[in-house]
Design a protein around this ligand. Structure first.
Ligand SMILES: C[S@@+](CC[C@H](N)C(=O)[O-])C[C@H]1O[C@@H](n2cnc3c(N)ncnc32)[C@H](O)[C@@H]1O
Length: 213
């Protein structure tokens, strides 16, 4: 099975806004942003823009990156419909993020950074931390490993290409790498972040909330 990186672009092309409602923790994240006077926020892997629209609509200065042109097209259209503005760019998260050190007050990334192997994820996390100011807020969700297996894959055939990184061979995301996390591996990979909350959400993803050390 050859690996693919355009899977989500194809999904967005055929289904448009797959995700419409903001993540269930977003009101809590917004409250924390306000309490800490955060203004600039990056949504890494913004997709069709549910969090870009949510945060821009609440007065934050929002930036979004994604490698899906179709996702960004839908997000831009959504912003226009809501008469909102945000800085959206086509970008592959495995490359250096196009911002200076400490540029952002906060960074969110919902169900995105697991689409890579562990070496790439470590570089991505390093970049996320680099573009956050000291004390900046980070909110990330990643899928849960349960009994050494992807938690949510029922009926999907897959190959484990390295520990905890899986390549689905069937299903809508076939060919796209997925790395699965435990609470321990979340703490390990985000060691540059002082984690204030780590819990599982209703779609079996670990939610990591914290401050850059
Ligand atoms: C499950 S969707 C989540 C979208 C969005 N964060 C949300 O919560 O609605 C995964 C997103 O990750 C993006 N993505 C996957 N690999 C990427 C990469 N290498 N660089 C940038 N974005 C990527 C996809 O295009 C897609 O928008």
């Amino acid at each position: 099975m050859s690996r693919r990186t355009d899977t989500w672009n194809e999904i967005f092309k055929h289904q448009g806004k797959v995700f419409r409602e903001p993540h269930e923790d977003m009101p809590r994240v917004e409250k924390l942003l306000r309490e800490h006077g955060a203004s600039t926020v990056l949504d890494l892997g913004c997709g069709t823009g549910r969090h870009v629209v949510y945060l821009a609509g609440r007065g934050f200065s929002v930036y979004g990156l994604d490698n899906s042109p179709e996702g960004l097209r839908v997000a831009r259209q959504w912003l226009e419909e809501e008469e909102l503005d945000a800085d959206l760019r086509l970008h592959n998260m495995t490359e250096t993020l196009p911002y200076g050190d400490g540029f952002f007050d906060a960074l969110i990334s919902v169900q995105v950074i697991h689409h890579a192997d562990i070496a790439a994820i470590r570089r991505i996390v390093q970049e996320m931390v680099r573009v956050l100011k000291p004390g900046g807020i980070l909110f990330v969700t990643v899928p849960q490993l349960k009994d050494g297996k992807p938690y949510s894959w029922r009926g999907i055939e897959y190959e484990e290409v390295e520990p905890h990184t899986f390549l689905p061979l069937t299903g809508p995301e076939r060919g796209l790498l997925h790395h699965y996390f435990t609470p321990e591996s979340c703490r390990e990979e985000f060691s540059d972040v002082e984690i204030v909350d780590l819990h599982a959400d209703s779609v079996n993803h670990h939610c990591v909330l914290g401050f850059k050390r």
